[in-house]
Design a protein around this ligand. Sequence first.
Ligand code: SF4
Length: 372
Amino acid sequence: MDGAEAPITNGTNLVEVRNLVKHFPITRGIVFQKQIGAVKAVDDITFEVKRGETLGIVGETGCGKSTTARLLVRLLDPTAGTILFDGQDIAAAKKDDLKALHREVQMIFQDPYSSLNPRKTVGSIIADPFVIHGLLKDSGERRKRVQELMDRVGLNPEHYNRFPHEFSGGQRQRIGVARAIALEPKLLVADEPVSALDVSIQAQVLNLLRGLQREMGLTLIFIAHDLSVVRHMCDRVAVMYLGKIVEIAPSDDLYGFPRHPYTGALLSAVPVASATGGRRERQLLTGDVPSPANPPQACRFHTRCFKAQELCSQEEPLLEPKGTRNLAACHFPLSEAEARLRLPAALSGANGSTNERGSRTIVDQSSSSSST
Ligand code: SF4
């Protein structure tokens, strides 16, 4: 990573996803329901995540990134494919196996307002994982542990008996983080954890997650639609479009030289704070995202791609190396000159700084960009 610390991975895979598919059936009829199609939310994706690594998954709304997150924690059942977690296939796991899995895999949700039960105190929300898994049965011990967790995520432990509505959005997300790390999971899946927060609060929550990840040796899958956020959080980034991974690369390679035209378009749309970024060509994506119920044939991006040729609508491009460390699914990847025109130079280090411990700190971007 550019100027940031090296990932704390030991090089072995914690998660291996192979040919994962999730189709939601479209049915017609009231009494006799008949399937007339399917929404192809996730359509044959393959990737792995190394221990201690942070993998970002980005894309527009409806690209399948949140469905992927929910499949990884088995909140949804896959239509096909395998998800190996620590060598165990969780795609086929039964109910009892899932309880054990949820000790090791936890999720942070996008909306800190609706993901917390408004009728429970913060103390009892954070204690829920201990109760569900039959741990810390002594109430005094449980309270002590919960207050330690509150302190760890930057909440005042004396607010143990308060209700969620008494906290701000950022504090509520900290409650969600405390609940997620209570059982010291190996994998944390964060589904757009800051997109519902004020921009001024986002950096604080991101720094909290980054700090916890390094202290606890967590593996993190970070879902976002904001490429500027992902850059400073992630060791590698996967870009999704209409249910497919179209490019995956180490963070520096993806931002330094994107190969897929869709990645180039996303990067060119990242707001730049000042004129120091140099001349940049904004590549506007024309047209709406096609329906995932009826995606375009072959390359799904060909209806919006400025480089599309006849082959693109005839033959599906494979996700394969394109010269650099990037894997991209494209017949005619961006040239260096085309990539350079789209690069937001302001992202090459302007938004992050290195703190005294040598780790990347994300600075408040409220004055420069927003995660729209
Ligand atoms: Fe564009 Fe063709 Fe590449 Fe698809 S395969 S992204 S249409 S150039």
